[in-house]
Design a protein around this ligand. Structure first.
Ligand code: HGY
Ligand code: MN
Ligand code: MN
Length: 424
């Protein structure tokens, strides 16, 4: 049984629910939407101001701040022995266009609260603790998502991501330069830095904890995910004069592809998650036969082999449904189902119990940067409930007590990891 140290309990008790909740209120201002959510796109002006806010808070508490070539940012509580690999926590501050106030940001603010609690108890751990804000986790403005954590861990090359463009043609490197130019200059540290451990706190983005009335989730792993970009090419024509039989209508072909793929995925297994979230028609004019359709595919399943067998059929299905049009299916992401380090998981369960919180094991249906950190250092995730399991929605919500409970468990786990000179 992993016992909790007195030190860990003391740090956890120093977590301030009021301070942590106020920071959530403050951060929700950056990209606030009329319906109470946030639209804080990766490397946007809104994210820049959110970074500024966090840098100011860190500076006021004497924490160090730095970045890396991928645009991740780090807030550090320096440890007594700078030569030891740090313990890392954090998540992302970018959001979906109709995002909520907690997805990603809870993990960053809970990590920052842990640094403040450690400062408040006047302790300097042997290991430094870094709070990271991963660049472009959501993949909304720039696809694919998780660019920052994938580049940090070497899953993706830096050169590959820097030239990716958003729908306005702005490259990642240009957007990143604008962010860096707008903020106080930060030291840059290398990618792939050694870490002693990584622990990410996040809302569940599902209904299980709330339905079971459980306060803390020890995340066992993350299901597999494949994403694709599909481009269907037809030909513009006059809506009034071009005979239907002679048209190369990209919309009709794309709809046939989506319907066929959706039917296959729905019939394969109830746990298959198939989503076409982006569907762009060009020239998108009422009296012009569509000449081009670009759409996204997001496919997920806990069984990697099943997911890959299914995804492996998509190119043929799209080609068969193309009719007089042409189609290109470009794979973007293919990440297998993964499980987290059992040692870190055991510490999460022990900390929750020692702090008097109910806890259960559960897998994550949503993706997280932690999946990539798991191949870099012993990693784990802590979940808190969110109302109705709703996320990627402006009504996403968690209560102050739930947010504080997650931060206390995170504090206890990080304190013990940072106190251990021997790697966990
Ligand atoms: O899509 C995901 O699973 C994550 O919330 N970005
Ligand atoms: Mn997230
Ligand atoms: Mn998300």
């Amino acid at each position: 049984m992993t016992a909790l140290s007195e030190r860990a309990l003391k740090v956890a008790e120093a977590v301030s629910q009021e301070r942590l909740w106020q920071r959530h209120e403050d951060l929700a201002r950056f990209g606030a939407t009329a319906k109470g959510g946030v639209n804080r796109q990766a490397l946007s002006a809104e994210e820049t101001e959110a970074r500024r806010y966090l840098l100011d808070v860190a500076a006021a508490r004497g924490f160090e701040a730095f970045t890396d070539a991928a645009g991740n940012f780090f807030l550090r509580l320096p440890g007594a022995d700078p030569g030891l690999p740090p313990v890392m926590t954090g998540s992302h501050i970018d959001s979906q266009p109709t995002g909520g106030r907690f997805d990603g940001i809870f993990g960053v603010l809970a990590g920052l609260e842990v640094l403040e609690a450690i400062r408040d108890v006047g302790w300097t751990p042997p290991r430094s603790i870094d709070v990271v804000g991963w660049m472009n986790e959501e993949g909304s403005r720039y696809a694919p998502g998780m660019m920052g954590s994938e580049t940090f861990t070497g899953v993706r090359d830096l050169d590959e991501i820097l030239t990716i463009r958003d729908k306005n043609g702005i490259r990642v490197c240009d957007a990143l330069k604008a962010v860096n130019d707008a903020l106080p200059p930060l030291p840059e540290r290398p990618l792939r830095r050694a870490l002693a451990a990584y622990v990410e706190a996040h809302i569940e983005q599902g209904p299980v904890l709330e339905q079971r009335n459980i306060e803390i989730g020890r995340v066992t792993g993350i299901q597999g995910k494949q994403t694709y970009r599909v481009t269907v090419i037809g030909e513009e024509a006059h809506a009034g004069t071009k005979p239907m039989a002679e048209r190369r209508d990209a919309l009709i072909a794309a709809l046939s592809m989506v319907q066929t793929l959706h039917k296959l995925c729905s019939a394969t297994d109830p746990a298959v998650m198939f989503t076409v979230g982006r569907f762009e028609v060009a020239p998108n004019a009422p009296s012009v036969v569509p000449a081009r359709v670009d759409f996204s595919i997001d496919l997920r399943h806990p069984d990697t082999d099943l997911m890959r067998r299914l995804g492996g059929q998509f190119a043929t299905i799209c080609a068969e449904a193309a009719g007089p049009c042409t189609v290109e299916l470009a794979p973007l992401v293919d990440t297998p189902s993964m499980t987290f380090d059992s040692g870190i998981g055991a510490r999460i369960t022990a900390a929750a119990g020692a702090l008097g919180h109910s806890v259960m094991d559960l897998p994550s249906a949503a993706g997280h940067d932690a999946r990539h950190l798991a191949g870099h250092a012993p990693s784990g995730m802590i979940f808190i409930p969110c109302r109705g399991g709703i996320s990627h929605h402006e009504s996403e919500w968690s209560e102050p007590a739930q947010v504080a409970a997650g931060a206390r468990v995170l504090a206890a786990v990080l304190a013990d990891l940072a106190n251990g000179v021997a790697a966990p």
